[in-house]
Design a protein around this ligand. Structure first.
Ligand SMILES: [Mg+2]
Length: 299
């Protein structure tokens, strides 16, 4: 049975919202079906907090949000007291254990898991003489609109990066490999998204999902949750890998990513928000078939 002991983490572009039109209409009935079951929907996206807020308002989905590819979690203060700064799980066992940084940003508690934009900008300016690339935050709004199909106000929100920098890569593949190593030496990582490469701290959407789950279970006195993750692209592999139930949403723009450790993932037939709708209702149907007499709320 699906209820408040479930958390649904979702990518946005190409998953909850259409890759081209940025519309979510086809997924809205499924969104409401989850809300009716008290299941929290948590955006887990490369987008900024401003973009998440704007979309969440439009779709009537409440925060929290995971922004900029796992770089930070935004918890609404009206629903959460100040969270403890927990240890962040590291992919690389050689890295030093780190704790999250918790900050009060007005309406939200911001839990920073990755690097700040200032650290990223400093590293990129060191690398500028050696590689050909264009950071999104240094592109004109007109260029961003042209590249992404976003409106001017959407592009303004997209350019306000706090923890990551999307790049237009204009150099060769061998140069990209050297660039990745140079970033790694500076404590940063490079991730391929649907449209851009993203430079960010030592985090990813999967690390953020694990952190969120741990925090949620602490807040609910150890009550176990079941996590679902839906995504369409390479930057979703870690998120799907960290979830109990990984779901690929088919893309109209590229193949379903191949990830060896995700052989049991479900793959939607339909693309984007229609695939989201299809996948959520398939899960709800399975859960009711498994628990035909389950009570509608947790005891
Ligand atoms: Mg996507």
């Amino acid at each position: 049975m699906m209820d408040s002991s479930w958390l649904v983490f979702t990518d946005l572009d190409g998953t909850l919202i259409d890759h081209y039109s940025y519309q979510a209409d086809a997924a809205l009935i499924a969104v409401r079906a989850l809300q009716a079951r008290q299941v929290s929907i948590v955006f887990n996206t490369s987008k900024t907090v401003d973009e998440c807020e704007s979309l969440a308002t439009r779709l009537a989905i409440a925060a929290p949000f995971i922004v900029e590819n796992g770089s930070a979690i935004y918890l609404p203060k009206y629903r959460h007291s100040r969270p403890a700064a927990l240890e962040i799980v590291q992919r690389d066992s050689a890295s030093h254990p780190r704790r999250a940084i918790v900050e009060n940003t007005g309406r939200y508690w911001c839990i920073q898991l990755g690097a700040s934009h200032t650290e990223i900008t400093a590293a990129l300016s060191e690398l500028t003489p050696h590689f050909q690339f264009k950071p999104l935050s240094q592109s004109s709004l007109e260029d961003i609109c042209e590249l992404t199909g976003l409106s001017m106000s959407q592009a303004t929100r997209a350019r306000k990066r706090q923890f990551s920098e999307p790049l237009i890569w204009q150099d060769s593949q061998p140069a990209l490999d050297r660039f990745r190593l140079a970033l790694s030496a500076r404590g940063l990582t490079l991730l391929k998204g649907g449209r851009f490469y993203h430079v960010l701290g030592q985090t990813d959407k999967g690390i953020a999902l694990e952190y969120f789950k741990q925090m949620h279970e602490r807040e609910h006195r150890g009550k176990k949750v079941t996590t679902v993750a839906l995504g369409d692209s390479y930057n979703d592999i870690d998120m799907l890998g960290a979830a109990d139930i990984p779901v690929w949403i088919r893309s109209p723009a590229h193949d379903v990513p191949t990830a060896k450790h995700l052989t049991t993932s479900r793959v939607s037939q339909l693309t984007g928000p229609a695939g989201w709708h299809e996948s959520i209702f398939a899960l709800i149907a399975e859960q009711s078939a498994n628990h035909p007499n389950a009570p509608s709320t947790e005891k």
